[in-house]
Design a protein around this ligand. Structure first.
Ligand code: ADP
Length: 542
């Protein structure tokens, strides 16, 4: 017997419809390319997104066509996003930090037809467009008067939508229709496209609104630092309109001073970003002896959250740090580290080890840790294995069939992460499978060693990689970027680690570098480090 409930398709564009109807006057504020502040609201973005839809239709874009965006978080970007998905076209977000060859590959692989880009991307476009014959139209997020001299044909966004009608029917297609396309960075092999559906994005938005997730509400003012090209800005592109939170878009300026200034001027209560962003902000706070007037919570994800971030935000500024884990393939949020009833009763110091874990599973997903033969491992906090995930917001394959079949016999996706799950249900990533260090047949968690090293007051960033060893196969090498004007010695770092990690986890050597290389999503590029240090001889570190 079938239920007698209405069939109301879960279209992601309905989340902006909802914001327009119920939170229409809630502001959306952005920093533009020149550093000035521009303001709109949900009703305004909704209206102009419809104009985008009409402009796209006029350009022959319809159901399933790919429309690419290349830019930072801005109001135009948001309008282009919803204007695209509202008519069933696919919004393909491109990361401006990717290498030219990757961008060309991705654009051609996705068969993008229209490309909307920030004006600062003009030099990138000049390089890539000759190699992307499928791009029919280029639109720059600007007014006509601001459009620079261009080596290729392009139109200004404002001109492009100016005469379009503000009415446009959205929807009318199946909820499983493709909605967004986001390529993973391809740290191994070619980038692979994750193709979200309206249904998956809609459900993900609702899932992230569980109280034990980010606790977003209509009272929040959200500074969306995580870029829109990074897995739907961790879902905020949908969840902020869903609850009617004020939305602040920082554009390109993500340095500590700029972020702090926006937080104060817009009365931000909540923000999301990778650890490096928070590190820059905290350094600025310390240097300028500043205080937050309104900030309550920040989420950290993308890579493991160092302990000092949690402690500094809490101890010095009374700000709660919520760690989340996910990946492009998981829409992205899947686990969140917020206390359960038992842990909530502990004092702050006793809670920290749990905040450092990647957290508990959102309702709506299934998660397992398995051994090399696929057998489930117990939730004992010790058994380490491959992390696999299943649910309506999890990819079942890649665009164009890249990578072949990716699900196991039970329909779970292999995350490529190595993890444990404890009795309280907290999942902890110990490594990415490709970064694992196996020494004498035992795994050493590079993430844990890095986090502890980053607790040293003179260390800004730390990375641990495996180097070849004749007896143990691999041994850990610790690579450190010191804080500005600090010069830690190898001995003091090793002494700091000594009582904090197992003896056989101790790095065989410590190397100091001016700057650790960061990948296109702000994570430390370990593949690059492995290449650089592949012939490293123990004892040659500084
Ligand atoms: P890529 O980094 O390959 O572009 P994603 O952005 O999808 O791809 O990154 C997903 C990966 O980032 C996860 O598989 C995991 O290894 C890592 N990650 C994400 N959040 C966390 C976290 N809180 N702690 C540790 N690792 C994380």
């Amino acid at each position: 017997m079938r239920g007698l409930m209405q069939e109301w398709s879960l279209l992601a564009s309905k989340l902006l419809d909802h914001a327009n109807s119920w939170h229409g006057a809630r502001p959306i504020v952005a920093r533009d390319a020149e550093g000035g502040i521009v303001t709109s609201d949900y009703a305004g973005v909704h209206r102009r997104a419809k104009k985008v839809s009409n402009a796209l239709r006029r350009a022959g874009i319809g159901l399933g066509d790919r429309v690419a965006t290349l830019g930072w978080n801005s109001i135009g970007h948001l309008e282009a996003w919803y204007g695209t998905i509202g008519i069933g076209a696919v919004c393909h977000t491109l990361n401006p930090r990717l290498y030219t060859e990757h961008l060309i590959y991705i654009i051609n692989h996705a068969s993008d037809r229209i490309l909307l880009a920030d004006t600062f991307c003009v030099p990138i476009l000049a390089d890539i467009l000759p190699h992307c014959p499928g791009i029919e139209t280029v639109i720059l997020f600007s007014g006509s008067e601001d459009i620079p001299q261009l080596p290729f044909p392009a139109r200004a966004f404002e001109d492009w939508i100016r005469d379009e009608a503000e009415e446009c029917a959205w929807g009318g297609f199946d909820e499983n229709t493709a909605c967004g396309l986001c390529y993973t960075s391809g740290t191994t092999g070619n980038p692979k496209g994750v193709l979200y559906s309206h249904r998956s994005n809609y459900l993900h938005a609702l899932m992230t609104l569980q109280n034990d997730a980010l606790r977003l509400s209509a009272r929040d003012c959200v500074l969306m630092i995580v870029p829109m090209y990074h897995a739907n800005a961790w879902g905020l592109v949908y969840s902020a309109p869903a609850v009617g939170a004020k939305l602040v878009l920082p554009g390109q300026k993500l340095d500590g001073a700029s972020v702090y200034e926006l937080m104060e001027s817009e009365e931000v209560t909540f923000s999301s970003g990778v650890p490096t962003v928070w590190q820059m902000l905290l350094a600025h706070m310390k240097e300028t002896k500043s205080r937050f007037s309104t900030l309550k919570r920040v989420t950290v994800g993308g890579s493991a959250c160092p302990e000092y971030l949690i402690r500094t935000f809490h101890d010095e500024y009374g700000v709660e740090v919520i760690q989340g884990w996910g990946m492009t393939e998981t829409s992205p949020l899947a686990t969140v580290s917020v206390p359960n009833a038992r842990i909530a009763k502990l004092d702050f110091d006793a809670q920290v080890p749990f905040s450092l874990k990647q957290g508990r599973l959102l309702a709506g997903l299934e998660l397992k840790v398995v051994d090399d033969h696929g057998a489930r491992l117990p939730h004992d906090g010790r058994s380490v294995g491959l992390l696999k995930i299943k649910g309506a917001t999890i990819a079942k394959g890649y665009f164009g069939g890249e990578g072949g079949a990716v699900l196991d016999g039970e329909g779970f996706l292999d995350t490529g992460d190595i993890a444990t799950i404890d009795v309280d249900g907290y999942m902890q990533i110990t490594d990415r499978a490709k970064d694992v260090i196996k020494s004498g047949g035992e795994w050493i968690s590079s993430i844990e060693v890095e986090n502890i090293a980053m607790g040293h007051p003179k260390v800004a960033l730390a990375a641990v990689i495996g180097i070849a060893h004749p007896k143990w196969d691999e041994r850990p090498l610790l690579i450190i970027e010191a804080k500005k004007d600090k010069r830690p010695s190898k001995e003091e770092i090793l002494l700091f680690l000594k009582d904090r990690i197992a003896r056989w986890w101790m790095p065989d050597d410590v190397v100091f570098v001016d700057a650790l290389p960061l990948g296109s999503t702000g994570k430390i590029d370990k593949r690059g480090l492995r290449d650089r240090f592949k012939d490293f001889q123990v004892g040659s570190g500084a």
